[in-house]
Design a protein around this ligand. Structure first.
Ligand code: AMP
Length: 216
């Protein structure tokens, strides 16, 4: 049966960074709903234009649109063995939709690590975050700077600051997480799938903690 890992945690906690490393180390596909929306936005697809109106305000894109996009991604061959889901599900309705989609694909959500950091750390991390244009690698100008300023270490593409990483939008995104995504913690805890991971450590230490927790 295919293995799906759902990474939970507020914006800025390091889900994208950890998901990329986990994907390299486990061979499972990495699915980031935010990256998929940004790719659609870059290509000016209808989906991208629709998502933009929500993304710039730090609001969630409606469930039906998001679920349809993830379904299209899950049917791709690289998800046969499973995937690491980063940024999806973000609402209980998305979690339920995921469960029924995975049943169809003979998979299930195995484990749900939630990465935990202090609240004031989130704003700090997001406002210093730099993202690569080519494939969404992320750097932090203070705690994890790129080797060459403004360039991605992995693919040399340009680093930029996301519009929704501006201070006012960041605070709203954290509030949206509290209101709409926090119920997922009890949803997965009730199903015996939740793992709490201390995110106040170096990137490598968080990843080691995650890898050890996933082995169990
Ligand atoms: P992220 O890169 O995960 O921070 O996502 C950036 C933005 O994309 C969010 O603020 C939402 O507008 C949108 N988004 C990403 N994932 C979802 C989701 N699962 N449900 C609804 N909107 C999402």
């Amino acid at each position: 049966m295919a293995t799906f890992i759902v990474l939970l945690g507020p914006p800025g906690v390091g889900k994208g960074t950890q998901a990329k490393i986990l994907s390299e180390r486990t061979g499972l596909a990495h699915i980031s709903s935010g990256d998929l929306f940004r790719e659609n936005l870059k290509n000016q697809t209808e989906l991208g234009k629709l998502a933009q109106t929500y993304m710039t305000k730090g609001e969630l894109v409606p469930d039906d649109v998001t679920i349809a996009m993830i379904r299209d991604r899950l049917i791709r061959p690289d998800c046969k063995a499973g995937a690491i889901l980063d940024g999806f599900p973000r609402t209980p309705a998305q979690a339920e939709a995921l469960e029924s989609m995975l049943q169809e694909f003979n998979g299930q959500v195995d484990t749900v690590p939630v990465i935990i950091v202090a609240d004031d750390e989130l704003v700090e991390r997001l406002s210093n975050r730099w993202t690569c244009r080519a494939s969404g690698h992320v750097f932090n100008s203070k705690s994890n700077p790129p080797k060459v300023a403004g360039k991605c270490d992995f693919d040399r593409s340009e680093l930029y600051q996301r519009d929704d990483d501006k201070a006012e939008t960041v605070k709203h995104r954290i509030q949206v997480y509290m209101d709409q995504s926090l119920p997922l913690i009890s949803y997965y805890r009730d199903r015996g799938k939740l793992l709490e991971i201390n995110g106040m450590q170096s990137i490598e230490a968080v990843n080691q903690t995650l890898m050890e927790a996933l082995k169990k």
